[in-house]
Design a protein around this ligand. Sequence first.
Ligand SMILES: C[S@@+](CC[C@H](N)C(=O)[O-])C[C@H]1O[C@@H](n2cnc3c(N)ncnc32)[C@H](O)[C@@H]1O
Length: 414
Amino acid sequence: MNDLRAVYEILSDVYRQGAYASLALSRRIDSVRNRDFVTRFVYGVLGRDTELNYYIGAMASRKPRGGAAVLLKMGMYCVLYMDSVPDYAAVNNTVELAKEVGKSSSCSFINGVLKAFCKRRPPLPKDASARLSVTASTPLWIVREYVKQYGFDKASEFLSVVPEQREHMRVDTSRISVAKMCEKLDELGVEYTLDPDLGDALFVRNSTKLKALFDGGYFTYQSRCSMMCCRAAQISDGDRVLDMCAAPGGKAVYMSSLADGVSVTACDVYHHRLQLIESYARRMRRSVDVRLMDATVANKEFVGAFDVVMCDVPCSNLGVAAKKPDVYLFKDAAAVASLAEVQYKILSNGARYVKEGGKVVYSTCTLLKEENGDIIKHFLKEHRDFVCESETQYLPDAVGTDGFFVSVLKRGGL
Ligand SMILES: C[S@@+](CC[C@H](N)C(=O)[O-])C[C@H]1O[C@@H](n2cnc3c(N)ncnc32)[C@H](O)[C@@H]1O
């Protein structure tokens, strides 16, 4: 399969079948010639989806559907962002691709829209939020929520952050010091910078040269916010910790290493995802007790049994959109409202499982108050025996922080 066709097939899996981009990509990546090109193209189109929809809406006489919509997005993305491809080639390649994938009937439509787009770009919307939605390629309903919650300037600032293409690495300092890890990275010729706040973390360019250190469990890829969230729990020696929504296991495994004699019970509702926790823990040479559990359903066995309960709940993931642009697809305010119900149930159950004097940590990787501060407010009203020790909304920044929310709730007052 040629690489352009692979991009089309992967994007079709995402747009038309609702597949996750990372999974759709990994299913087909072995059959392509230039992995880097295909990956960039796929993530590039997804990252500019709102902008491409705006231009298609402004240029096309009718709303394209199915394969024709995917092809138009690819062609427009190429015209806008691939400087090395002349406009005429972007148009011709897209039309040829349309024939190849059985969309010959859409060729003249695609050809007409793309040719017109090469000659004239439609003006940006006059309304400031609508314009930001296009320039930051973020759905308008989300921009409006952000502007309401954070103000236009702040929203515009964090929506304009372009993350560097580097990974955040947590070093397992029980096995290798950060200084020694830096020596190894120097020897391997892997670029790195120290995390400005976290002593056991670095930023690196993901590289195949790191495979042996990764497989050996000397480090893992873990975001800054995920690490900060675990630290916020202030785990002490001998603590019993429950992770209600644990897969793939990043926080469960890190929490198990934050003090001596910590025991972690790591649960998830999906059986296949429990295996991810098991293999993560095995690679990092940590032991966690893995259990299948629906965190929205009360479990008598756990009542009052834990010093720390982590509720890293399923959420809209909007805070990681810069890295995973497909999080914007297929979401609306109703989906957020139904997530908030699940989140509240999980937090309420988590509260039953913590001992007197213990802590519940509630976290999400989103920026919407409906999934964050509003849940905590509601919880505190309904649970008079808890106080909020801290509540932090992290915003995406140039250092490499994602949009993330962490609140620490203590049972039995301060
Ligand atoms: C944000 S992820 C957790 C990430 C994990 N804490 C980590 O650091 O690696 C949310 C997890 O919640 C799980 N989940 C969704 N609904 C659940 C439920 N009702 N009960 C338990 N887990 C659930 C998902 O399978 C997913 O693995």
